[in-house]
Design a protein around this ligand. Sequence first.
Ligand code: ATP
Length: 359
Amino acid sequence: MNETTAADVDAADDATRGRDAAGADAADPDAVVVGEGVRKSYGDVVALDGVDIRVESGEVFGLIGPNGAGKTTLVRALTGTTEAEGDLRVFGVPPREVDPQRIGLLPQSFDPPERLTATELVGYYGGLYDAARDAESVLRDVGMADDADVWYETLSGGQKRRTCVATAIVNDPDLLFLDEPTTGIDPAGRRSIHRLIERLAGGGTTVFLTSHAMDEVERLADRVALLRDGKIVAVGAPEELIADHGGEPRLEVKLDGPASEADCEAVQEAIREALSDESAGESEDAPAVESTRKGLRIGGVRPEGIGDAVDALETAEIDFESLAWSEPSLEDVYLRLTGEEYSPRSEPLDEVAPDGGDR
Ligand SMILES: Nc1ncnc2c1ncn2[C@@H]1O[C@H](COP(=O)(O)OP(=O)(O)OP(=O)(O)O)[C@@H](O)[C@H]1O
């Protein structure tokens, strides 16, 4: 007679869930987070509308999207803090079955007890785990060593947020969810959090980062997903997304106000003539020239083409104040794919004399 033991039941259970005894996802062993067809509604509001997502071990995965896109809901679904439909697996098991020791979570809204010092607070959260790091060293990691003995309630907004980041990493998690970790943190503090994320990722921690700071995501994330209206509309490495959706580099020409239509046409014509001279009659599209609030913009200008653009401005007798060349960024991707206003990251050049000689 066959005797069914508890171990057999566990093994069968694991087999149906598609994981092996070590807790890895047998169907997808490199994946730490897998979501398929994830849906979540709050009454009539559809927060997640069939999200497919996969985060690999050791990667920094950025999640971006407008307010209300569903980012926090997705983080909550993946951390088991809210129920959602669909197939969700974290380390090969449903989110609520994951060993808490392996997960760190910095929620978007986090109100810890205020009448504790930063050290006491981090120690308190560390006490919730089987094993925890020393509070002092964690606070050092987030740039809070000097204020470790200050009451939480008297810390500044940015210092509070850094302390909260410390509570999320006190258990030395394998997978860290950071929901807008640098909100309200000053540039130096942000930089120290960025370095911390880079160090954690370098040490093998998988980081799931949501942020509205596109520069932060572009810098830190190996891959980025853009969520809009509860659906992922693009996913890829930042450089891939920028190449596919970021648009072209452009030259911003500062004048004493918006360029007139006639000026834009004159610049366009000068560029077209220069191009037709160069290409000896072969047809070539001239870069678009458009008026902006501060002057005009010439699209499609690569660094080696700045000299030609300056020549065209001179031919068109445009007396400009300065030039700023900008390349597309993740922010452009975001703005294009969400249909919001275009606002390029500019890299100002040195002041360029209108004769083009002082560049
Ligand atoms: N507890 C809730 N009850 C009702 N509706 C909710 C709840 N939580 C979220 N929503 C709604 O679900 C949608 C997605 O919200 P969510 O907070 O996930 O977006 P988000 O992308 O994180 O936004 P933000 O960038 O503003 O933080 C929104 O329309 C929001 O109003």
